[in-house]
Design a protein around this ligand. Sequence first.
Ligand SMILES: C[C@H](O)CC(=O)C(=O)O
Ligand SMILES: [Mn+2]
Length: 336
Amino acid sequence: MGEQKIRIMDTTLRDGSHAVRHQFTKENVRQIVQALDEAGVPVIEVTHGDGLGGSTIQYGVSLVDEMELIEEAVKTSKRAKIAALLLPGVGTKKELMQAKDIGIEMVRIATQCSEADVSQQHFGLAKELGLETVGFLMMAHMLPPEELAEQARLMESYGADTVYIVDSAGTMMPDDVSDRVDALRKVLQIPIGFHGHNNMGLAIGNSIAAIKAGALNIDTSTRGLGAGSGNTQTEVLVGVLSRLGYETGIDLFKIMDAAEYIVNPVMHDQMIINRDALTIGCMGVYSTFLIHAKNAGEKFGVDPRNILMELGRRKAVAGQEDWILDVAAELSEMKG
Ligand SMILES: C[C@H](O)CC(=O)C(=O)O
Ligand SMILES: [Mn+2]
């Protein structure tokens, strides 16, 4: 039986940006924010899939400037906090200040799980700006629990109000999740969050494992719209948590309708665990590489799974999208 309220942060308009190749329009944002806000979703993240400043050739160019999308979200939301993601190096302090001026109330500062130290200045500025701050430790399966806890403690010391364990590859098993939440709980004074991907069909199960281990914040996407085979599905998690007796403050029928009638029509593909997504989960590869690997596979005539397997062997991480074409070219040459 649940004791505490679980805060759901919906990332349909940020992680989902990967799945629609960053082609969201202002009308998409207005409709989705209105529906999620009315359903009672407390936090809605709106940014390019790779965070502020992500609209580039390397990561994918946005159809509409993310600052316009963020402004539309702020204008539309009556209750939900609008959040933005920031990867230090992809986004800079300039974009953070711009997003704050537009009206975000939260920034989620994301680093490779072993590189929390690059985020110190960004947390400092975010606190100066009066923003709620979330630390986002990506590819969190790549560090053992105690070392991940050390990184989380660094982010807490920089000013993080919450720290997330981010299963960017959707490769974790439930025990991997609970071991990491346990380790963070032993060293942190602040709440813990979990961000899952469904490449092994475990996003919901892993989110429940995180909650049972003490996480109070869970990332979700409506209809699961996100990188790879998508994220923990908002409406499904709300249903599961209501069965388990946890409070989310979200109306189940309204979030179901948001998924069915608002998000579903804008999706390029349904979120299924296809061969490429399953390969990503098995190999522990960064979910956002999926679409890039498919494009490179078509360009060089190689199976995207072979590209993803090699990227897994090389332990490629966020920001190394440029390796994808190199690997595809090498595999193509080897094919002769
Ligand atoms: C920039 C990434 O898409 C952040 C994220 O959602 C993940 O690592 O998962
Ligand atoms: Mn993600």
